[in-house]
Design a protein around this ligand. Structure first.
Ligand code: DQA
Length: 149
């Protein structure tokens, strides 16, 4: 299985560090990307890191990943709670998918408690701050390793 992993980020995550820091913290998305690349190196994963505010762009990256990746880490942000289209794209993938939320969505408004993406995810990480991305990559590396045994 490919050791390329797509790390996909949905709308408003470009404002990480500036947007509601009491909820999302002060680390920027560039900091998260640097962390993912460092952890990716340690785990021998090749990281493709993207963010978009546009649903169609995220879907296009999922289609690209479907052809060349061994897994996806995705923080779909608000699309988590709304997007059947992103769910359908993920359902077309045959590799493991880990869903990440920086905040503990279950402690927040009721509309954040439902996730379309969770129905396809191998695992879900929420409320671990930006460290959740590193934990997701560790899990994905394990799943990729196990699939090769
Ligand atoms: C989020 C949680 C979502 O409910 C929210 O819409 C986001 C970020 C998180 O990382 O905690 O934009 O996915």
């Amino acid at each position: 299985m490919s050791r390329t992993v797509y790390v996909l980020n949905g709308p408003n995550l470009n404002l990480l560090g500036k947007r509601q820091p009491a909820i999302y913290g002060y680390e920027t998305l560039a900091d998260v990307e640097a962390d993912c690349r460092r952890v990716g190196d340690e785990l021998k994963l090749e990281i493709e890191f993207y963010q978009s505010n546009a649903e169609h762009q995220i879907i296009d990256w999922i289609h690209e990943a479907r052809e060349r990746a061994g897994g996806i880490v995705i923080n779909p942000a608000a699309f988590t709670h709304t997007s059947v289209a992103i769910l359908d794209a993920l359902n077309a993938c045959e590799f493991p998918i880990i869903e990440v939320h920086i905040s503990n969505v279950h402690k927040r408004e009721a509309f954040r408690h439902h996730s379309y993406v969770s129905t396809v995810a191998s695992g879900v990480i929420a409320g671990f701050g930006t460290q959740g991305y590193q934990l997701a990559l560790q899990r994905l590396a394990r799943l990729i390793d196990e699939s090769q045994q």
